[in-house]
Design a protein around this ligand. Sequence first.
Ligand SMILES: O=C(O)C(=O)C[C@]1(C(=O)O)C=C[C@@H](O)C=C1
Length: 432
Amino acid sequence: MQAISPPSPNNLKTLVRTTTTTTPRPLLLRVSPPRLVVQCAYRADSSSVNFPNGVGTSRADWQSSCAILASKVVSQEQPTEKTGGADHVAAVNGHKTTIDLNLIPIQKVPDNNKPHQPPKPLTVTDLSPAPMHGSQLRVAYQGVPGAYSEAAAGKAYPNCEAIPCDQFEVAFQAVELWIADRAVLPIENSLGGSIHRNYDLLLRHRLHIVGEVQLPVHHCLLALPGVRKEYLTRVISHPQALAQCELTLTKLGLNVVREAVDDTAGAAEFVAANNLRDTAAIASARAANLYGLNILADGIQDDSSNVTRFVMLAREPIIPRTDRPFKTSIVFAHDKGTSVLFKVLSAFAFRNISLTKIESRPHRNRPIRLVDDANVGTAKHFEYMFYVDFEASMADVRAQNALAEVQEFTSFLRVLGSYPMDMTPWCPSGGD
Ligand SMILES: O=C(O)C(=O)C[C@]1(C(=O)O)C=C[C@@H](O)C=C1
């Protein structure tokens, strides 16, 4: 198996930005230094139930504690420092005063199969907040047109204006600064696993998850017209796409260098714009169409039911309901690391609430906990933030009680969102 070249930030920027293609450019914002924003959405009062000895109470204890805790849910959002601000919008495509939000999808000219010249980029005067009435919803996504995230934005919000952003962080900021109304971001893939960057950004920013969409991801191997597999020395794509196609690439005899770039469609654009005859891109059929590439191989994901789950983010949460299936996403931490994990998870198990996802990320504020033992030395435990998705609405009393109990065992708890589950019929061959 070939090693994937580490994505050097400078190279990545160069890859996507030095192209001369006529497609819309992604939105670029200057990103402020990372700050951890911590807020507690649910709290119990000070008369909370304590478990003697920390661990090891019986199931009966747990259940009675659940009943006691039932009345203790207090919804309270702590005021936190706002991330971003108008002053953060400064560097856009290398210019201080110009922002490029070319939003109109490229149309094909039927006879020469070349894209139209795109409309003129928008300027800084277009940075005013979105008009609330009679206008299209503006949806930020990471990548360039033809990216799967753009397709996910279209699935989540048909007829929206899709705003390309060069990084995930920029998509968050676009919503915070009212440049966009929503962001649609990948969070996990059935083959490649979690998109960790977005888990970290969910915590750092104050946006709310207001929905999810699951998009079948159907990858193609794209190259310039006339290029054959035998000519290839390199395959470029988003790291997730490379991971999702690794076995198939090997089966196709493509034991060539893999190189990671910012997004799949950006890879296609790069191959086309630089007339690379030794390089193929993994991207969607739509990207092939947009950038004038041929499809050398179709459906090259290692599993035909390859699906990426995206979350929709907004400045305000939606009001949870109980008349349709809802999911709730939370993040929590505890001073004693993983030792409370069982207690937290049992709060859901005892109420028959199914968990759909558990993820852990390093606790950036306190990554290591030292435990001294005079006899044997010092144990160095890693500390985590735990992300859990469960199948219940926050309007459901079971979920409220479960969270009241969870906060008893956690030093930090935040509800990231309670939102309708994507229940669209299963259609894995649906393509991109
Ligand atoms: O590069 C793209 O086209 C994206 O939309 C990003 C992304 C991802 O981050 O996982 C989205 C879906 C696919 O899983 C591959 C890549």
